[in-house]
Design a binder for this molecule. Structure first.
Ligand code: PMP
Length: 365
């Protein structure tokens, strides 16, 4: 007996943690900093950490109240109805739900390349086929409606990542609106705003709701996560904001209890701690500006909590930086073999990353 043919499916390559890297190199974990997975250098809100501890004694029960409370708090934050919030097990879980709610076998999903790998993986799990549109280095990874429309072919779902991972570029709201206008009635446009808090732009929720002079519409969904600005990557909590017309589908695609009691309680405390998010965003902005000013290589402008750097030979540079104690993301697997992605850290971490990178670049010359 064998699993079905999974040869079209690739495994998700998660970045390695400090413990793993230190063990492999036979070194002490305290020698390393990790700026490779766009995590929050300040950790979670202290209130979320307390909520997690307090929730520990109730984990013998299935999640109940926490779900409703968190849904209401998130809906309140966006000024939308509770039924428009699809809580999920991470942003990844929300990606799955949107595909479950849209794809029939053989339907196509159009995804950005370079781009976040899980869109395509999830589409295939849901018996969809994957098509790609290119975000081009030649135009500094600029994203306009045309960027996606050049490849669009009546696809059931089109993914836009804004801010985009791993480049940090964004698609302006007016372009997102134009893209949605130009695609047909059966296409759902999903705007992945996993890094939205770090950007100087309004959320595409304005397009769904018809705010800021836009007309309300039923063909855009927005994805958000607690993994980045909220510092809760480990609890796995994310959500989609959907148009009212999509509300009822949630109950039919939702994995029972996918967002855990622990995740929901931490999320609820985190939403309340606006100061922590503000501090996190401020740190990221300072860090990315500092990196753009001080790195001896081309650094693209970024609206995320990371920057993309042109280092020539990404795998050699990332490996040597790691040997010197700074773990960054080699973007070869994104199809960018000349680039590394560095997460915005604390002042100390960022300074160490820049110094190490500049030394490595000079030594490898
Ligand atoms: N979208 C993008 C663009 C991402 O980079 C990530 C995480 N790396 C996610 C979604 C999913 O994040 P999570 O499942 O941790 O919420």
């Amino acid at each position: 007996m064998q699993p079905r043919d999974l040869s079209d499916h690739v495994a998700y390559e998660a970045g390695r943690g400090i413990e793993e890297v230190a063990r492999e190199l036979g070194r002490d974990p305290s020698e390393f900093v990790k700026l490779a997975s766009n995590e929050n250098p300040h950790g979670p809100s202290p209130a979320a950490a307390v909520a997690l501890r307090d929730a520990a004694s109730s984990v013998s029960s299935y999640p109940k109240a926490a779900h409703a409370d968190l849904t209401a708090a998130v809906a309140d934050r966006w000024n939308v109805g509770d039924e428009q919030i699809w809580l999920a097990n991470g942003g990844d879980g929300a990606i799955d739900y949107l595909h479950r709610a849209t794809l029939e076998p053989g339907d196509t999903v159009c995804v950005p390349t370079p781009g976040f790998a899980y869109y395509g993986m999830s589409a295939r799990y849901h018996h969809g086929e994957v098509r790609e549109y290119a975000i081009e280095r030649e135009t500094d990874f600029e994203q306009t409606a045309e960027t996606a429309l050049e490849s669009y072919d009546g696809d059931r779902v089109v993914w836009v990542t804004s801010p985009h991972n791993p480049t940090g570029s964004t698609m302006p709201l007016a372009e997102i609106e134009r893209l949605a206008d130009e695609t047909n009635d059966e296409t759902l446009l999903v705007v992945d705003e996993a890094y939205g808090e770090f950007a100087d732009r309004d959320s595409a929720v304005a397009l769904i709701e018809g705010r800021e002079g836009y007309d309300a519409r039923d063909d855009i969904a927005v994805l958000r996560t607690f993994s980045k600005a909220y510092g809760l990557a480990g609890v796995r909590l994310g959500y989609a904001v959907v148009p009212e017309e999509w509300s009822e589908a949630y109950a039919r695609v939702n994995t029972p209890f996918a967002a855990s009691e622990l995740a929901c309680r931490a999320g609820l405390a985190a939403v309340d701690d606006e100061e922590h998010v503000e501090r996190t965003v401020e740190t990221a902005r300072e860090s990315r500006e500092y990196m753009r000013e001080t790195i001896d290589a081309h650094v693209w402008e970024s609206e995320g909590n990371f920057v993309l750097v042109d280092v020539g030979d990404a795998s050699a540079v990332a490996e040597e930086m790691q040997r010197r104690g700074v773990i960054v993301r080699d973007c070869s697997s994104f199809g960018l073999p000349a680039c590394i992605r560095i997460t915005c850290g604390t002042d100390e971490e960022t300074e160490r990353a820049v110094e190490t990178l500049n030394d490595v670049l000079a030594d490898l010359e």
